[in-house]
Design a protein around this ligand. Sequence first.
Ligand code: M6R
Length: 590
Amino acid sequence: MCGIIGCVSEKDCYGALYDGLKRLEYRGYDSAGIAVLDRELRIFKKKGGVSNLSAFYARGGTGIGHTRWATHGAPSDANAHPHRAGKIALVHNGIVENFAALRAELEGEGERFFSDTDSEIIAKLVSRAYRGDLLAAVQSALLRVEGSYAVAVIAEDRPGELVAAKRKSPLVAGKGSAGLFVCSDIPALAGTAEYIAQAEDGELIRIADGEIEFFDGALHPVPKTFFRPQEELRALSVAGGGYFMRAEIAEIPRALRDTLAALREKDFAPCARALRAAQRVFAVACGTAYHSALVFADIVEKEAGIPVLCHTAGEFRYRAPVLGTGDVLVAVSQSGETADTLEAARLARARGAYVIAVTNIGCSSLASLADFLLVMRAGAEIAVAATKSYNCQLLCLYYLAGQMLFFKEERLPSWWGSLERLPAAAEASFGCFAEVDRLADRLHGARAMYYLGRGLDLCTAREGALKVKEIARVFAEGYAAGELKHGSLALIEDHFPVVCISTGASLAKKSENALAEVKSRGGYCALFSQYPQVLQESCADAKCLLPALPEPLMPAVAVIPLQYFAYKMCLERGFDPDKPRNLAKSVTVE
Ligand code: M6R
């Protein structure tokens, strides 16, 4: 959620920290701050976006920075990080779960707090433990902390030194010509650091004397291998006034092409035995990634006759799942850092299940704990709303579903050869945008909408509804078209907007019935289908012809006009599509 960065450089580091925070801003944008150390420690922090920090500058080669997604304490200057205690300045991403008890204890001992955050407590604990050895002070302070953290800490009397530590929140270290860094994630360092190494849970990092060292919780040195970050994780740049979300939608054909090329090279043999022997298959993910898992479950069941139990990761881990050796769990996550998805995968590992990860970040926490890894090639996705990563996740999952069928029955699905046509079909779907512009123009005043679909189209409907809620702030529900008359039809009145996705020939008539029911109650209907006849015969007010592909592949294409629709609705309603209210890109807390 929050983004942290730290730098030790021979040059002034304010600019490098500022640029790093700009790249981390998708992790949170409630407030931001930087502390730099020259002869004294200077802290600049402000409610609002990172660009507020451009009004400041201070000299010094040692510093830390933070961009916040508020958990404890409202967004405000005081609650912004870095937090200072004595000689210590600290930034934190995570949640201190024993916050109330620790704060009461420290207040009882006379400590005064200047913020409502849980993070300030860690700064106090480090300051109280600090006797000139920063590494030892951070280690002993963190022994008192329950919950999750990635912290970066500097001390006023230790210029040139920085200590960081991690538990359950991501943390990497990087070396580049601008200095030595710690940071919340690799995409934010891609382009700055030439070499990167990841910290594991319980580890600490010390940057001092021009070196980066890793330690375990008992302060024994841990050897690390530094690697070059994936070049494609460098963020796209968007020209002034442009939005990442729009650029990322435009990139979908490229992302699909690259993902396809990577999948063609992938050797699936290592997971063959696990897939062949699977007693049960689970698919877990959150948000948009969950919708791709739903498509996967549907397809595997239909094609290979293997039932797949699909759950949102946060529910899965708390529902005492029947899961063990011989089972396969497929975990899907763009970032590979989503806390609930990670915990679900850890639970599966602990129970002896075989974990397959589908992620955009080949060196993420999820990737490192998987038995088998599928890395999509979406490239850095900066807008909080997932777009190109969804299409690429689907492509990876189609591939995996095809391989499952192959290992089980030594045949590939009928649509296998059509995977090659996905990038071109994605490009062709941009042809719908002019119609979608008109639709957004007409519907931007709506307060609520339904998205209807059946079968795989229901997954697309859910994803379309999530997008419009997330960025355009219009209440929307993705609904099974056949369920409408079991209650929700009561909400339909004059002009109530209903978007219907109808790409399954066998269910098209049923979806049309639902539209007719809406229409006869005054609702406004928009229909998306790849079948000209379905569109022709429909009573819908707006109609949009999608490019044609075999039906199982349609979710990867039908969603694109809906992503773009949400984007246009967002702009029409005057919001920033890249930074939706209350949200952050990487949900690293539960
Ligand atoms: O990084 P992940 O794929 O694990 O993220 C999961 C969700 O938080 C994410 O898809 C979220 O729903 C998107 N912001 C939706 O656009």
